[in-house]
Ligand binder design. Structure first.
Ligand code: Q0Z
Length: 287
């Protein structure tokens, strides 16, 4: 008899289980967070959309970098993964100036120790994508660090490898997404090492939870951009005057349904696969 998976970790909206010594199961729930708070209302199919997108990108980028994907669960919301020795680094690539990159730039003209051109506007496309690693904070926000600090954490040679690999992955996905009307403003990767010390892409890849997705049609630098997936949720929460502390508000049915449609739209635009086909046979995104 196969043993029941052991729960080994929780993220905000995902759970991690050990299948055996070599394999993990990463399960994406339908929970949604906004302003760093997980809301009490689920978005049906969100976990399946994110799992399908991750699997799609892992399959499409395997020539650029090995990854941890072993298979997609029949439930369409779980990924069977190779268990790795994780690097203590959040590998962030920014193609546009948003979030903490923009905040850093306003204060110092730089982010993660990288000096940027003067006069950039919020959400502006950068002259070229930049690698802005951060440390994994156990609680609170990840802290942007410079290349020297990142190289201390993983070694200079490994640092150069994760930087080059991260930039190549971002360029590939950003170009694919832009052709389909979605700007990937920035993204976060986690890498691990296999038994032979080879670099392996782990965790999730180019999901709207690990990346900023913007609708290309509405792109207008000079201020914050609407989120492809979460904008209805943010607008609704702002309309309440909620103070962004726990507990978050319940979402009304129209916000839930509109948000679900945006996730499914992102899935279908990026993969080219009807979401209903993915639910019937999750491995369709791997082909
Ligand atoms: C990923 C995380 C989640 C909680 C550990 N292939 C791997 N090998 C070893 N460790 C990990 C992976 Cl993906 C690993 N996390 C992040 C994900 C819930 C934490 F779904 N932590």
């Amino acid at each position: 008899m196969p043993e029941a998976p052991t729960h080994v970790g929780s993220g905000k909206v995902r759970e991690l289980y050990a299948l055996d010594d070599e394999r993990l199961l990463l399960v994406a729930s339908d929970r949604i967070s906004t302003f760093d708070v997980v809301l009490p209302t689920d978005i049906p199919d969100k976990g399946r959309v994110l799992t399908g997108l991750s699997a799609f990108w892992f399959a499409r980028t395997r020539e650029l970098c090995a990854n941890h994907l072993l298979g997609v669960g029949d439930d369409a919301r779980s990924l069977e993964c190779r268990r790795l020795e994780m690097l203590p680094l959040e590998c962030v690539v920014r193609g546009y100036l948003a979030g903490s990159g923009w905040k850093d730039y306003l204060r110092s003209g730089s982010t993660s120790g990288r000096v940027l051109p003067a006069g950039l506007a919020e959400s502006e496309r950068l002259p070229e994508p930049i690698f802005t690693p951060s440390t994994k904070a156990v609680t609170g926000h990840d802290e942007n660090i410079d290349a020297a600090r990142a190289a201390e954490l993983v070694g200079a040679k490994r640092f150069r490898e994760v930087e080059a690999t991260s930039l190549a992955l971002y360029r590939f996905a950003a170009e694919h997404a832009a052709e389909r009307g979605i700007l990937i403003a920035d993204t976060k990767f986690e890498f691990g090492l296999d038994q032979d010390g080879r670099l392996v892409l782990a965790d999730e890849a180019f999901t709207p939870d690990s990346s900023r997705f913007w609708p290309a049609d509405d792109y207008a630098p000079g201020g914050p951009q609407p989120s492809f997936d979460k904008q209805f949720v943010r607008d609704y929460c702002e309309s309440l005057g909620w103070d962004k502390t726990y507990p978050g508000p319940e979402l009304p049915a129209d916000v839930v349904e509109g948000t679900r449609e945006r996730y499914v739209e992102a899935f279908e635009r990026l993969t080219g696969v009807p979401f209903a086909d993915y639910l019937v046979d999750p491995e369709v995104v791997l082909r």
